[in-house]
Write a protein that binds this ligand. Structure first.
Ligand code: PMP
Length: 446
């Protein structure tokens, strides 16, 4: 068989496999996926099945390779299958996968994480970001003896009942469940505030300050595009919570170790009472954590009455992956490189919009980017996002995939650059974006 025939035969097998995979996946998993955004419904596509990843690239089961800007939704700041991380996991695995007892790697990763959030004394490991925030809220309620929780519209904190809440736009609203199966009685304890609006926060505290256990916010909201906040908002929340005896929770599941070693807490210089971490902390393995001062953490079982536990919490493989990742990030120049790549990508995207003659803008902090299909300035609050952008994104996304560029299959997700990205990857992405925007413009009737 000549090489071409061999390749075609191989591609045929891949095609068949993928067809089979989707059919099989749909049969055994709702939508064929283990988490809804992976289904590509927001961009009216079918899920891709990934065979392997290496550095900045992923290869699907059809043998097509893409430059990846999803990075497993944030954890892979070093790119896919970084040798140091893979080696650390393999080494740990040889000594056992899980013990249900404390291992030395847990202590090491705890020390490494706390060193980056020096205003916290202790942490508790969990396995997901969802658990981290859910447990942080329980701790806040247990420690303050209050019930009410404040969150922000457009911020995502995992899928625990009380946080799966949407609000109306404008001033503070009662949370209504954003999922079936969440009783309104549960979300009635959650107040929803608009981002970028200190006055709304002041007004809520003036009315209900004494009932509020905690305010939880993504200090860099990155779950409705990238809604970069002014420092004044975070500062106001710090002051209001202090004044009214409530606690401030920074959900740094995305921003922690990403925008700086100490996340947005470091960048803003504002010290929350509780920090939640996930994603990079596990280097691609399932890890979350919540961190606080000792006098707060002593409320957590076994020392105190706030119950929280986990069979696989702190398991040695996940700890090894997290530690290896943080060690790599300690190398001189790691964050400077992320900033440089992020800045370069931002410039490339802006230029692509300009050259294609399509209105668009970018928000960015370090290696996290929000791509907006609407004219500048980039929105800072959920209700200011033009929903028509999501429609355009659904048309754009499959074209980018055809060009070998894998952005998140949802307009409301951000793009991540890793230390494994190279300038050429960013140039390829910017060129693909320009070509795709142009193709869309030409396809649209005048
Ligand atoms: N908090 C934030 C800020 C997140 O972005 C996410 C997930 N994207 C979570 C919490 C929940 O984390 P997990 O998916 O690991 O449960």
């Amino acid at each position: 068989m000549n090489t071409r025939r061999a390749r075609e035969a191989l591609e045929e097998v891949w095609m068949k496999n993928t067809g089979d995979l989707f059919a099989r996946a749909r049969k055994v998993m709702p939508g064929g996926v283990s988490s809804p955004v992976r289904a590509f419904r927001a961009v009216r596509g079918d899920p891709r099945f990934v065979a392997r990843g290496s550095g900045a690239l992923v290869t699907d089961t059809e043998g097509r390779t893409y430059v990846d800007f999803v990075g497993s939704w944030g954890p892979l700041i070093l790119g896919h299958a970084h040798p140091a991380v893979v080696e650390a996991v393999a080494r740990a695995a040889r000594d056992g996968l899980s013990f249900g007892a404390t291992c030395a790697a847990e202590i090491e990763l705890a020390e490494a994480a706390l060193a980056r959030f020096p205003f916290c004394d202790q942490l508790r490991f969990v396995s997901t970001g969802t658990e981290a925030v859910m447990s942080a809220v329980r701790l806040a309620r247990g420690a303050t003896g209050r019930s009410r929780l404040v969150k922000f519209e457009g911020c995502y904190h995992g899928h625990s009942d009380g946080l799966l809440v949407k609000g109306g736009s404008g001033l503070a609203t009662f949370g209504t469940p954003s999922s079936a199966g969440v009783p309104p009685e549960v979300t009635a304890l959650t107040e929803v505030l608009p981002l970028d609006d200190e006055a709304a926060a002041r007004e809520l505290f003036a009315r209900k300050g004494a009932e509020i256990a905690a305010v939880v916010i993504e200090p860099l909201p990155a779950n409705a595009g990238l809604l970069v906040q002014r420092r004044e908002l975070l500062q106001t929340l710090r002051e209001l919570t202090h004044e009214h005896g409530a606690l401030l929770i920074f959900d740094e599941v995305i921003s922690g170790f990403r925008v700086a070693p100490g996340g947005m807490s470091e960048i803003s210089g504002i010290r929350p009472d509780i920090v939640t971490l996930g994603k990079i902390l596990g280097g691609g393995m399932p890890v979350g954590a919540y961190l606080a001062r000792e006098e707060l953490m002593r409320h957590v079982a076994p020392l105190g009455p706030v119950y929280q536990a986990g069979t696989l919490s702190g398991n040695p493989l996940a700890m090894a992956a997290g530690l290896a990742t943080l060690r790599e990030l300690e190398r001189p120049g790691a964050y400077a490189r992320l900033e440089e790549l992020g800045e370069r990508f931002e410039r490339g995207i802006r230029l692509a919009f300009e050259r294609a003659g399509v209105p668009g803008c970018v928000s960015r902090v370090g290696s996290v980017l929000g791509l907006w299909l609407e004219p500048a300035p980039a929105p800072r609050a959920y209700h200011r996002i033009d929903p028509r952008g999501a429609e355009r994104y659904a048309e754009l996304h499959p074209l980018l995939l055809q060009h070998g560029i894998w952005l998140a299959p949802s307009y409301y997700e951000v793009a991540f650059v890793s230390t494994a990205h190279e300038t050429s990857h960013l140039e390829q992405a910017a060129a693909a974006l320009q070509a795709s925007l142009q193709a869309l413009g030409e396809a649209r009737p005048a």
